[in-house]
Design a protein around this ligand. Structure first.
Ligand code: ADP
Length: 362
């Protein structure tokens, strides 16, 4: 069989050998992809904060990384114990993920409760998490304030479950919004403690936004962040129709405008510019910046522009999500395929964990 001279030593190789070598190189390249994990809770319709804080990066990352993106149904029970709406919400969030650009053939898109290994890791990591540090977590304190009648243990240990979600795939990067920064620090602590006590298993995961600061998309009333379940009239949802978007944006808080040129902007005006930065053309943003600095800004015009730009951005995602959401058969297939892939990865990790902790008895 004729051979081809190749390699450093110039030996002749058969085509079959070359094919096998290339296959091995590709397989190694595949293996080298760094692992990414993130999730969104099915507690309502997705909003602009979910999109720009998380989803937009999921879509970019699916091209270059091995991605695991999860619909976090267990997490939603910490604040939404009534499960009547959960099923619809899971399908809707899956559809919105896909409408925003996630390709389930590239990224693994799955449901948290379909991967029971996460619960096992959660239990084990709970032994490495201390009550004091969990009680100090800002999100816990905020949730206690919001739902004093339901301060459940799941709420307290939310960061541990989140660490398990990430570590079960040995993920290195976690695309999230700014509100999740503290949880990520805790996930790193739990990974370190595990590695220190039982042996190096986990990479220390990092919050990821392509080297930029993590984003917080502010609510339209200037009080806090856009959110699925709180502050609904000050949040722009990917499901909002055009008229509702106009209404919400036009109601955003403004004032009489700056009294002197180049004044600092109050928070609520800064927020409007931030929102404009997400969806408007630079020429429009520059115009209103100049108007602001010259004290000629007309907030009514600025909000009209912002509303139309939001509509241009949101309406195609809304329409796509609606049509995907009606195709339950397709979404079920996506979920099944995602569950199989996520479980394969999770099983491999939990085996290592059991071995490291000497919990493998037979
Ligand atoms: P919510 O707070 O709306 O229930 P989740 O807790 O499900 O959202 O968070 C899903 C992802 O969306 C997380 O990565 C979170 O950081 C991000 N996120 C949520 N709200 C915002 C926001 N207002 N700005 C930026 N990112 C956000």
């Amino acid at each position: 069989m004729p051979g081809i001279r190749c390699g450093m030593n110039g030996n002749y190789q058969t085509p079959a050998a070359i094919l096998q070598a290339s296959f091995l190189i590709f397989a190694r390249m595949e293996k080298k992809k760094e692992i990414v994990m993130s999730g969104i809770r099915p507690t309502g319709f997705l909003h602009l904060g979910n999109y720009f804080g998380a989803l937009m990066n999921y879509v970019k990352m699916q091209e270059e990384y091995e991605c695991y993106f999860m619909v976090a149904d267990w997490h939603s029970l910490t604040t939404h114990p009534d499960t009547k709406e959960l099923r619809n919400s899971v399908f809707r969030v899956l559809a919105e993920n896909i409408a925003a650009g996630i390709n389930p053939d590239k990224a693994c898109l799955y449901l948290q409760s379909n991967v029971p290994e996460i619960a096992e890791l959660y239990l084990l990591l709970n032994m490495l998490a201390y009550k004091g540090e969990l009680e100090k977590t800002s999100t816990f304190k905020e949730k206690v304030r919001l739902q004093p009648e339901n301060v459940n243990a799941g709420l307290l240990t939310y960061p541990v479950l989140q660490a398990a979600d990430i570590l079960i795939h040995k993920a290195k990067y976690v695309p999230v919004g700014k509100d999740q920064q503290q949880h990520l620090e805790m996930a790193r602590n739990f990974a370190q403690r595990f590695n220190h006590r039982y042996g190096e298993i986990f990479p220390e995961p990092e919050a990821f936004n392509f080297g930029e600061a993590l984003l917080k998309v502010p609510s339209l009333d200037g009080a806090g962040k856009m959110s699925k379940s709180e502050n609904q009239f000050a949040t722009l949802y990917l499901s909002d129709d055009d008229e509702l978007i106009r209404k919400k944006v036009m109601k955003a808080k403004t004032d009489n405008g700056p009294a002197s040129p180049d004044s600092p902007k109050p928070d609520y005006i800064e927020n409007l510019f931030l929102l404009m930065n997400l969806v408007s053309e630079p020429s429009a943003i520059n115009k209103f910046e100049d108007d602001y600095n010259r004290c000629t800004i007309r907030y009514g015009d600025m909000k009209k522009q912002l509303a139309e730009d939001m509509i241009r951005f949101i309406s195609p995602i809304r329409e796509k999500a609606e049509s995907i959401c009606n195709d339950k058969k397709y979404l079920t297939e996506v979920m099944e395929k995602g569950a199989a892939k996520a479980r394969k990865s999770a099983k491999a990790t939990i085996e290592l964990v059991r071995q490291a902790m000497s919990l493998n008895y037979f």
